[in-house]
Design a protein around this ligand. Structure first.
Ligand code: ZN
Ligand code: ZN
Length: 362
């Protein structure tokens, strides 16, 4: 079928909306008509990871139009969020850790289905799709049965997309990875969509001290409105010292979402003995870092990496939707809406920080 999609042809150029061809769903696939899609930071540097030309977007939400013969989870007309892909066969998928799927990298960034075929084309040109098994910067997307999740009836589709990546990553870091108990202390470095989702989840989980760290006063104010008990502007002096002023001996938990070398170091040093740091991103796309790991060793601390909030999407995304509907996770306050035609502007606003969570509407 013919669809409109935002096709990226060069790493440093904005995508152009183009009419291209989308395959029919295969037996395990689901065709979704997009209502909205979030823009995540991974979309911004995806052109460095995925072969081009390609269509990005991995926070789609919409209505199921067709399903393959073997799909039983959803039916045409169902309202769904789209999320990351996983194989369903490897030991991590079997162990309820699909975000750590052995085929995860290929399924998110390979630009193809698992068998190497592409879902998108333009005339005879092969266009890479299947980004996070969706490529949602398009009027329609092909997901797999594993990458679509049915939503509660009252969850607005215009809003549901970010549940598939940014919100589940931040909220999952608190609720799934750290399982921070009520009354415990947490420092969140970076107040983008992931950091703020972590802060909202920490508020819901009744943590004691919830400390937001950033260099943007407006974001810090929003962090307070969303549940942070303290806000630290990292430009105003020693961050670790000020965290220690708030929680003597350091916090039990930290989440690093800022992606700077300084915040990575601080997120470890600010921990109390036996504290745990959840790492959501790394500085400079994985460039080697240089700082002492002695505080980790001498403090008996732990550093854990978090992929997609350790989410089992079929369980966690409906739970997040229910939390939103109950008023516990007001992530609509992070959203700025754009028409699909303005995809380049939305991506630019995400890159500059003008928008926390851009959402494209179709
Ligand atoms: Zn993402
Ligand atoms: Zn797997």
């Amino acid at each position: 079928m013919l669809i409109s999609a935002a096709v990226s042809r060069a790493a440093n150029e904005p995508p152009a909306i183009t009419e291209i061809e989308l395959d029919s769903p295969r037996e395990d696939e689901v065709l979704v008509r997009l209502v909205a899609t979030g823009v995540c930071h991974t979309d911004l540097f995806a052109a460095h990871l995925v072969p081009l030309p390609a269509v990005f977007g991995h926070e789609g939400a919409g209505i199921v139009e067709r399903v393959g013969a073997r799909v039983g989870k959803v039916r045409p007309g169902d309202r769904v969020a789209m999320t990351f892909g996983s194989c369903g066969r490897c030991r991590h998928c079997h162990d309820a850790a699909p975000a750590c799927c052995e085929h995860g990298h290929q399924l998110q960034f390979g630009g193809t289905r698992e068998d190497g075929s592409t879902t998108l084309s333009c005339a005879s040109e092969r266009i890479h799709g299947s980004f996070f098994q969706q490529s949602s910067f398009a009027t329609h997307a092909l997901g797999t049965e594993r990458s679509v999740v049915r939503l509660p009836d009252s969850m607005p589709l215009e809003l549901a997309g970010p549940l598939g990546c940014g919100v589940q990553t931040g909220a999952g870091a608190v609720l799934n990875t750290l399982r921070a108990p009520a009354g415990s202390s947490l420092a969140v470095f970076g107040t983008g969509a992931v950091g703020l989702s972590a802060i909202m989840a920490a508020g819901y989980a009744n943590l004691g001290a919830i400390i937001a760290v950033d260099i943007d006063p407006e974001r810090l104010e929003l962090a307070r409105a969303l549940g942070a008990t303290h806000a630290i502007d990292a430009r105003d002096g020693d961050v670790v010292e000020r965290i220690n002023d708030i929680v003597r001996g350091g916090v039990m938990y930290s989440i690093e979402t800022a992606g700077a070398l300084s915040s990575l170091n601080e997120s470890i040093v600010c921990l109390a003995r036996r504290g745990v740091c959840a790492l959501v991103t790394v500085p400079n796309l994985g460039e080697p870092v240089s700082f002492s790991l002695l505080p980790l060793l001498t403090g008996g601390k732990r550093l854990v990496a978090v992929l997609e909030g350790d989410s089992v999407p079929d369980v966690f995304i409906p739970r997040l939707a229910e939390l939103y509907l109950a008023g516990h996770l007001p992530f609509d306050r992070l959203v700025r809406n754009y028409a699909f035609a303005d995809v380049a502007c939305a991506m630019n606003d995400a890159a500059t920080g003008r928008a926390i969570k851009p959402v494209l509407r179709f």
